[in-house]
Design a protein around this ligand. Sequence first.
Ligand code: HEM
Length: 166
Amino acid sequence: MFTDGFLGYGTSFMLDFVVCALVVIVPVLVTSICLVKFGQRYKLHRLLQTQLCVVLLLAVGAFEVDLQIVHGGWENVVKKSYSDDALFAQRVSEAQPWLWLHLIFAVTTPVLWLITICMAYRRFATPPRPGVHSTVHRRLGWLSTIDVTLTAVTGLIFYYVAFVAA
Ligand code: HEM
């Protein structure tokens, strides 16, 4: 696993990789929803949503292994940029509340996402098209979308407070 980040903030490769993924995910999601809302491209919507889910689960899995096992926690990554213990402690305490907030969304998102996908596969016809599951799916779909967006926004704020802000 690579050790140094590539965005120039003294982080780790996987942290920078996941931050880039957080920026990309929301536009991909919006595109996928527009495909059904305005174009009735249900099959492409299914493909995009399924691929997004697989890629995200793999990326987050690799990220957790890298952060927890290779680096021993995010605090050790922050420490790389600080020789002064007081400044380091201040940075960690400022970032911690954002991490807790981020974790609320980051933990609920994959659960909601998997429920939405599994139910969609089971209850929509093949090839997918509107049916009796539409109302439930639209609600779950929008909830998942809001959850994933809040995961991305709070994750980016955490990254900024922990690693970018001076
Ligand atoms: C977590 C993954 C998914 C999310 C977040 C999601 C999100 C959405 C949203 C928000 C809509 C409603 C758009 C609107 O307001 O008109 C929608 C519609 C739809 N989605 Fe998904 N979707 C997901 C996975 C899937 C999968 C895996 C399938 C197929 C197996 C699927 C099939 C459909 C269909 C057929 C519609 C049209 C429903 C209708 O308008 O009657 N979706 N999706």
